[in-house]
Write a protein that binds this ligand. Structure first.
Ligand code: FES
Length: 126
């Protein structure tokens, strides 16, 4: 193996088969009650991530990983998740939201527009 690094990350990534087709990171950070930013755990992040993992298994999704993450720093918008390789962010609060992300994004490869977080979005949704 050549130990001289000459390729860019993009060149290497483009040449390799990804280990996972989709890698989902669900925030499960927990803060003390009353913290001004809140946290995804107090909004059901753990239960919803467990549900998503179970459903992904039941649907027999191949090369999809549903991981727990620490704080993704968009706490006011939580629970939050980010899906790679696209780098698409969602906010979700129900099992129905999770079902829609599984079906629409992970199976059909389309974005769930109503749950999509815009890059500049910072404030909690009303
Ligand atoms: S606590 Fe979930 S994004 Fe910060």
């Amino acid at each position: 193996m050549n130990d001289t690094v000459t390729d860019t990350v993009a060149q290497t990534a483009g040449a390799l088969q990804p280990y996972y087709n989709r890698h989902v990171f669900c925030c499960m950070n927990e803060r003390e009650a009353g913290h001004p930013r809140g946290c995804c755990m107090e909004k059901g992040g753990a239960e919803l991530r467990a549900y998503m993992k179970d459903q992904a298994r039941a649907l027999k999704l191949k090369r999809v990983r549903i991981n727990q993450a620490g704080c993704l720093d968009r706490c006011e918008l939580g629970p939050t998740m980010v899906i790679y390789p696209e780098g698409i962010w969602y906010t979700y609060s129900t099992k129905e939201d999770v079902d829609e992300i599984l079906q629409t994004h992970l199976i059909e490869g389309r974005v769930v527009a109503r749950l999509l977080l815009q890059p500049e979005e910072k404030e909690a949704r009303k």
